[in-house]
Design a protein around this ligand. Structure first.
Ligand SMILES: Cc1ncc(COP(=O)(O)O)c(C=O)c1O
Length: 395
């Protein structure tokens, strides 16, 4: 059954950022695109059928988040994470980053400090700085080859007057799926000053054996009361272009403030196709997702084995979840006498692969590159072979 993911789909000429924007991003169009975080797989047939059915009715007027949609979302969260949520806690947003931005606007004032943990997805900085708040960067550290939170520095940032934490869980790009203990510790550190946590869990549905995703709001009553848990069908079912996500906000006061900001921005109106896809995915997408995760796990193992045997100087970080994987390329840079710019040039112009340069993820990202394994194995193999050949040619 997993062979469904081996099928190469031609995504060119579909206004596809990953495939149609190569010239603009990499300056050439012959790279194997292993960058922006969507998958080259068809979305689940259940979603395609729901969209096709909705398209058939030729009116696309104003819509709303129905009770059955909220129940589908709540059912998904309970089935997959054992977190019992009320459908009333579910607020629709036009994306997870909009949900983070709304949290910044709802729970902080201009000039307030907001904690982020780099290396992290770049909009985490933008939603803070572009809204006139201060980034307090609690940089992640590497302990015995694994990323961890720097608790002492976190305490210092909380003492510095932070009002909000933007948590990335699982952590893109470093590949951590935070444990119960880590989340509970974060929650208890935020409690004394009632610091709120907005937890971006967009990647949570793709987690590999050995790790278990725990929604932040499920960690305890304190966490539930002081958090916004942001989830989405987008990464899960490859429907990013439909711009429809959820925020789970158990606390009524926080929910009201969040909804007021959404209304104030004029973003209360849902997207008719996004909502249809969300309900179909959360309602019927379980089996497809389990198959997709199995396939991705195979890709991850392929990458890890390939890197060990054929990519000297590149170390793949342990990936506990997600289809974007963090690679430490600093040894390769040293061996080849390349700085971060040189490494970027090496991957694009010598290897001809399109990766995400770690520097875009903020402090701690230099010398790292992120690879997207959400593609047929043959595409991944082609990209990796190109890197291996370029390395074999020497500096
Ligand atoms: C951690 C993280 N958050 C959010 C997003 C994007 O969210 P959205 O498109 O729903 O705003 C991404 C996309 O790559 C991501 O990796």
């Amino acid at each position: 059954m997993l062979s469904e993911f081996d099928k190469a789909l031609d995504r060119t000429n579909t206004n596809c950022e990953k495939w149609d924007n190569l010239m603009e991003v990499f300056g050439r169009d012959d790279v194997v695109p292993l960058w922006v975080a969507d998958m080259d797989f068809a979305s689940p047939p259940e979603i395609v059928a729901a969209l096709a059915e909705r398209v058939q009715h030729p009116t696309y007027g104003y819509t709303f988040a129905s009770q059955s949609l909220r129940e589908a979302a709540a059912g998904w969260v309970e089935r997959r994470y054992g977190w019992e949520i009320s459908p009333e806690w579910v607020v629709i947003t036009p994306g997870v980053i909009p949900g983070l931005a709304m949290s910044v606007l709802a729970y902080t004032q201009p000039g307030d400090g907001v904690i982020v943990q780099s290396p992290v997805y770049p909009p985490f900085f933008e939603v803070v700085e572009d809204n006139g708040r201060r980034v307090l960067n609690n940089e992640l550290k590497i302990v015995d080859g694994r990323y961890a939170m720097d608790w002492d520095d976190l305490q210092a940032k909380l003492d510095d007057g932070a009002r909000l934490v933007l948590l990335c869980s699982p952590a893109n790009p470093v590949g951590r799926v935070w444990t119960d203990d880590e989340l509970a510790r974060l929650s208890s550190m935020c409690a004394p000053r009632e610091v709120i946590v907005a937890s971006d869990e967009i990647h949570c549905d793709i987690v590999y054996p050995g790790a278990m995703h725990i929604p932040f709001g499920s960690v305890g009553q304190g966490a539930a009361n002081r958090s916004v848990t942001l989830m989405a069908p987008s990464k899960t079912f490859n429907v990013q272009g439909l711009a429809t996500s959820i925020a789970v906000i158990p606390n009524e006061r926080l929910r009201d403030r969040f909804v007021r900001v959404r209304t104030g921005l004029g973003l209360g109106q849902g997207n008719v196709f996004g909502l249809a896809a969300l309900e179909a995915g959360y309602g019927e997408g379980n089996a497809w997702l389990d198959r997709a995760v199995k396939y991705l796990e195979g890709n991850l193992r392929y990458l890890q084995d390939f890197a060990k045997s054929r990519l000297p100087g590149i170390t793949v970080a342990p990936a506990e979840g997600m289809y974007v994987v963090w690679m430490d390329c600093r040894r390769l840079g040293r061996r080849f006498g390349l700085d971060a710019d040189g490494l970027g040039d090496f991957f694009v112009n010598r290897a001809r692969v399109g990766l995400s340069d770690g520097r875009m993820f903020g402090p701690g990202g230099e010398g790292f590159f992120r690879i997207n394994i959400g593609c047929p194995r043959a595409t991944l193999k082609e990209g990796l072979e190109r890197i291996a050949e370029a390395i074999a040619l020497g500096p």
